[in-house]
Design a protein around this ligand. Structure first.
Ligand SMILES: [Zn+2]
Length: 119
């Protein structure tokens, strides 16, 4: 991965972090915020709207927290110069995958293993 790619991915990460932070700052006006946000999270909200309002609230808050910590992790890796490395097998995560999910920690193979561990 060249420097230009890292810089463009870093920009996406910083933007994502700003979005998540502004979201968490407006928790008190959460439902209003969701209506206004629309956009990227539309699918999540459609699925979540089947739950009760209360469940939806907590689900989104904890998802946001997880997303934010993943984004912060990725940014600290950029700083340390180890961005784009799989945390599990230490292999290189393909650029296409990083462009789709810049805050991913694992390559596709390891992601599957982490999500569905074979016993
Ligand atoms: Zn891996």
């Amino acid at each position: 991965m060249n420097k230009k790619d890292i810089i463009s991915l870093e920009k996406i990460l910083i933007q994502r972090r700003t979005e998540l932070l502004s979201k968490s700052n407006s928790n008190t006006n959460r439902r209003k915020g969701i209506d206004l946000d629309g956009g990227n999270v539309g699918d999540e909200i459609d699925a979540a709207s089947q739950n009760s309002e209360k469940e939806m609230y907590f689900e989104l808050v904890s998802n946001d927290k997880m997303a934010l910590s993943a984004v912060n992790d990725a940014l600290s890796k950029v700083e340390r110069g180890i961005y784009g490395k799989c945390e599990y097998c230490e292999g290189v995560i393909p650029l296409g995958r990083l462009k789709a999910i810049p805050w991913t920690k694992y390559c596709i193979k390891c992601q599957e293993e982490v999500e569905n561990p074979k016993k």
